[in-house]
Design a protein around this ligand. Structure first.
Ligand code: HEM
Length: 475
């Protein structure tokens, strides 16, 4: 048999290097900024192991704030959801009203002593924001068209703390997940296996599982934040070894996104969609959840209360996904000319959603996103210029698109499908169940869109985000 002569290994290496060098000789000089300008994640309160989750949350405010802390403790016992008409919930109507009266008549505490201590300010925001939701949503629905008044004892300190933290004065993703998570065993750091949540509205395992899923995404996403940080520190983007590192990191990011996608889907095992929709989600509603014509909320004693950002919390406020989107240059606002052209539904979607969600993040995290955005070395442009990076870049984008596909299925199951179901309390009575169904069918025939907690048209919004991701692919 004729012998086949293969080039020696050092020949292969030389060939590879020379073809890469060809690429670089045609490549415009693309070194980006000096690494000295790169900022460290720590500056933005980002931790190596936990990302945007603080390593050690504060469990309680100083004693002078016991009025708030005690009210929160009592809320878990005394309060039920106003729109829940089960016997158990109705039996708490009197204690709920007493609790609200206590809030209204309580002291107006000054937050001055908390200024300068980030953990205390975060805890204050969290406690006050939870109290506001407990207050508003424990009120039974009424036919009155007047706005809900959030008492000054909560409204004034919450707005003051929020201004200092640079975050919206309402319950946010930071309050339900980032600052709510604590280590189950305090002797060990927070990890996917060692976490618990300090506050729950419904007290159900389903609610805890919902937060656990989001926090697990945050922890897994921490590695992406490190990769972005390293990218900004690379001294020279045109070196062969640097390109190899970027390619590797993009592939690594694709793997992490795939794992995040699995985590998001794992919510189904422990959080029942029906419990989510009827017992958990109603607590999240913000002032605009019932549409633009609803009377909304008034923050007593606060100037320009109408101009406050008062949408409910959403995982759309997670800075991890925003950071990733910005780094990969996903064009949610449809500002770039990319193929395929946006569909009519895409054009109709709320393009400002992601940008708006940023106002519900802590100021330091918003600053991080602005920093990534202002990067003078956008990775998509680099991948367009360096052929060796195209496939790894596209792999990362494809993983993100796949994640968004999976997330749409979850959101549809938990929100769209459940919006057509009947609450458990009325399930027992076939007559009421039938009336409920007819009401739902009637409202769906008038084509009222299902809205997210942020008051936006859900399926159009999520699909537009998925399609914007797809459009980032480099052909
Ligand atoms: C039961 C599980 C989940 C449900 C029912 C759900 C539902 C939703 C809904 C309704 C929206 C539309 C925005 C709005 O709130 O108005 C949304 C957006 C979003 N969610 Fe989720 N979500 C779930 C889990 C997660 C998890 C675990 C993450 C990751 C941390 C996540 C990340 C996002 C992001 C980043 C958006 C903004 C839109 C986008 O990036 O595509 N979601 N979600």
């Amino acid at each position: 048999m004729e012998a086949t002569y293969l080039p020696a290994p050092h020949h292969i290496l030389r060939l590879a290097v020379s073809s890469l060098n060809d690429v670089f000789s045609t490549l415009k000089t693309y070194t980006g900024p000096e690494s000295a300008k790169a900022r460290s994640n720590a500056e933005f309160e980002i931790y190596t192991q936990t990302g945007f989750v603080p390593r050690s949350p504060l469990r309680r405010l100083p004693v002078s704030f016991d009025f708030w802390e005690r009210a929160l403790e009592r809320a878990h016992k005394d309060i039920s959801l106003g729109e829940d008409d089960t016997d158990a919930a109705v039996s708490k109507r009197v204690s709920s009203e007493k609790w609200r009266e206590n809030i209204r008549k309580g002291p107006l505490l000054s937050i001055q002593s908390l200024v300068g201590d980030m953990r205390k300010l975060q805890r204050a925001h969290m406690v006050l924001a939870w109290l506001v939701q407990f207050y508003v949503h424990s009120i039974p629905p009424s036919s009155s068209k007047s706005a809900i008044v959030v008492p000054r004892t909560l409204a004034i300190p919450l707005v003051t703390v929020s201004k200092i933290l640079g975050i919206a004065p309402i319950l946010t993703y930071a309050d339900t997940v980032l600052w709510n998570v604590a280590p189950k065993d305090p002797d060990y750091p927070i990890s996917a296996e060692n976490m618990t949540f300090q506050h729950l509205f419904s007290g159900t395992d389903d609610e805890e599982a919902f937060y656990t899923t989001s926090a697990a995404v945050e922890l897994r996403g921490a590695e992406i934040l490190q990769i972005i940080e390293e990218y900004h520190r690379l001294p020279n983007l045109t070196e062969v070894t640097t390109v190899a590192k970027i390619a590797n990191d993009l592939r690594r990011v694709a793997t992490i996104i795939a794992e995040i996608s699995d985590i998001v889907q794992s919510v189904r095992a422990q959080c029942d969609p029906h419990v989510f929709y009827w017992a958990i989600r109603p607590w999240y509603k913000g002032a605009d959840a019932d549409g633009p014509d609803s009377p909304g909320w008034v923050y007593e004693g606060v100037e320009n209360t109408k101009s406050l950002d008062l949408s409910g919390p959403s995982a759309g406020q997670t800075p991890v996904m925003h950071g990733l989107d910005i780094w990969l240059d996903i064009d949610h606002k449809l500002k770039q000319r990319r193929a395929p052209a946006p569909s009519e539904d895409n054009k109709r979607a709320d393009h400002g959603f992601m940008e708006r969600m940023r106002r519900y993040m802590p100021g330091t995290h918003q600053e991080y996103l602005r920093y990534v955005e202002s990067s003078p070395r956008p990775i998509r442009d680099l991948a367009r210029q360096v052929p060796a990076l195209r496939e790894p870049y596209n792999t990362a984008v494809a993983a993100l698109k796949k994640m968004r596909d999976a997330h749409i299925r979850i959101a549809c199951l938990y929100v769209v499908t459940m919006s057509k179901s009947t609450p458990a309390s009325r399930k027992g009575c076939p007559m009421i169940a039938m009336m409920e169904r007819m009401k739902k069918e009637e409202s769906s025939s008038t084509k009222a869109p299902v809205r997210g907690t942020g008051g936006n048209e859900l399926s159009t919004l999520l699909k537009a985000g998925r399609d914007a991701t797809q459009r980032a692919m480099i052909n």
